[in-house]
Write a protein that binds this ligand. Structure first.
Ligand SMILES: [Ca+2]
Length: 297
């Protein structure tokens, strides 16, 4: 009898353990795939991170905003987009990556037609670009080498080096603003490339946000693609705090997603308040409007 009671107790204990193990999965099964992946990525990054963020903000939920599509345009599906900038006359400048395929290119917004190109050396993997004071700046991924070109002619004017990986690039009219795939964003003097300051990107709970990729400075905030997610972070440039998330899931149809890589590339037309996004090997580029209505994360 004692033996049977012991066995029953063990069986009940095992069942409880299995239920406890399964509960988070049952709870997650109703969530959107992108959100689950996103949270998983954040969790992984948080576990791997050696950085500690001291936040003075009371932990609270970060807001998530949606979007609506205003226009869609053709985009070169062979362009592995790593940098995107709007320039006047309805043109975009695009920096593309992959060794042997990296370029700086000028593209007509309406048609997606490439009208001017600089090909990088086969050993280089092109990354972020920005336009500052009549010049185009372009980073490369691991070669620690960047280039400066004349905005009109694309003639190379200068080369510069830096001590980390190069990912995203933008500017605030004073500094070049650089990401390196971690949570760090650096601010450089555009003349001598000396670092002026840096911020660590983190959310309201103080959690470090890694994989900061393509950047765009928009109305006093830094917008950033988070690598391998459909999300853009709105970042406070003075503190690194994520002010909100834009969830851009659903821009491409299932058929269009087949050969496409991740969302990457944000460009802003300040004069006409238009925001453009695309992705690596995406067949389309979108003008989107970001919703002011938000839900809590
Ligand atoms: Ca950009």
């Amino acid at each position: 009898m004692i033996y049977i009671e012991t066995q029953c107790r063990h069986l009940v204990q095992r069942l409880v353990k299995v239920l406890v193990f399964l509960l988070p999965f049952i709870a997650m099964s109703g969530c959107q795939t992108d959100d689950v992946e996103f949270e998983k990525n954040l969790q992984d990054d948080s576990n791997n991170s050696t950085e500690e963020i001291t936040s003075t903000v009371t932990p609270e939920k970060t807001r998530i905003y949606g979007y609506s599509v205003v226009n869609s345009y053709p985009h070169d599906p062979r362009a592995f987009t790593q940098g995107l900038v709007y320039v006047e006359g309805d043109q975009l400048l695009e920096g593309t990556g992959l060794r042997g395929q990296s370029t700086l290119r000028r593209v007509e917004l309406a048609t997606g037609k490439v009208t001017q190109t600089v090909e990088l050396s086969d050993s280089l993997f092109g990354e972020g670009i920005t336009v500052f004071n009549g010049k185009v700046y372009q980073l490369t991924w691991q070669a620690r080498k960047g280039f400066v070109y004349d905005l009109k002619t694309f003639t190379q004017l200068n080369e510069f080096s830096y001590p980390m990986e190069g990912w995203g690039l933008t500017n605030d009219n004073t500094y070049l603003i650089i990401s390196d795939g971690t949570s760090t964003i650096r601010f450089w003097d555009p003349e001598n490339f000396k670092e002026s300051k840096r911020i660590q990107v983190h959310d309201q709970s103080g959690k470090s946000i890694q994989r900061i990729n393509e950047l765009e400075y928009v109305n006093g905030e830094i917008y950033a693609n988070i690598w391998q997610t459909n999300r853009i972070a709105r970042i406070d440039p003075s503190t690194g705090l994520v002010l909100g998330w834009f969830n851009l899931t659903g821009l491409l149809s299932k058929a269009e997603q087949r050969n496409a890589d991740v969302l990457n590339g944000i460009a802003y037309d300040l004069q006409n308040n238009r925001l453009f996004v695309t992705g690596k090997l995406w067949p389309k580029l979108f003008q989107i409007r970001l919703n002011s209505e938000a839900k809590e994360n």
